[in-house]
Write a protein that binds this ligand. Sequence first.
Ligand code: OOG
Ligand code: MG
Length: 259
Amino acid sequence: MLDYRALADSLSKAEKQKKAISCLSDKFEQFNMEMGYKVQQELVKSKIESGHRVTAYKMGLTSQAKMKQMKVNSPIYGYIFDYMKVPNKGQIQMEDFIHPKVEAEIAFILGEDIEGSNVTGEQVLGKTQWILPALEIIDSRYENFRFQLPDVVADNTSASRVIFGSHLYQPQDFDVDLISVSMTINGEIIENGVSSAVLGNPANSVALLANMLYEVKKEKIKKGSIILTGGITEAAQFKKGDHVITEYDGMGEVSFYVQ
Ligand code: OOG
Ligand code: MG
């Protein structure tokens, strides 16, 4: 039997010390998805015990671009915590990370509870109060940002920081699958994409989360919950001194400075 808490602690330590560790699947050949989520659960529990609060759900690897980039083939979920929030137009310090990357996402805020197990994207849109643009900064706790799927699940899906746009939008005012995004670093276009890249429509990512949470823990996603639906494009690297700006069609800009 693996000691899930000890594995979670090794990931927490890597995050705190900004020092990557080797993949759990390298050490334990039998390490599988179920074990990955068990480690994740211990990690979440220990963060809560140390005073942090979950502020959002996140879906990961929901677009072909992301799956190809990371060489894995299935969507996964994790949790965003209070300490991960960076204000829009704010600053981050390169020293706070191991090897961070940024990705453009659409976030949802639910106006009603959503409970699995056969939830559709259409139902999600009907129960969504707001959508908003977001940037996620991911920072794998594994060496060289390489991992198997169960490893990245254990590592809370590389969650590190999140920057939300400054305004909320009503989903009815948008074709939620046709929101184009354009990321620039120091004025140069780095990534372009359209929200349909996320499972055809980011609403399908929320539906998948509801179905996964129901299947695994009979848990519903409560009214008011925030969900990051996953990177639309590949994640982009940045360095000290960079100014990252992403424009979302009809939703303005989300940006940050790297110190
Ligand atoms: C896993 C996290 C992926 C996304 O939006 O696809 C993710 C990773 O790429 O390290 O957050
Ligand atoms: Mg992401």
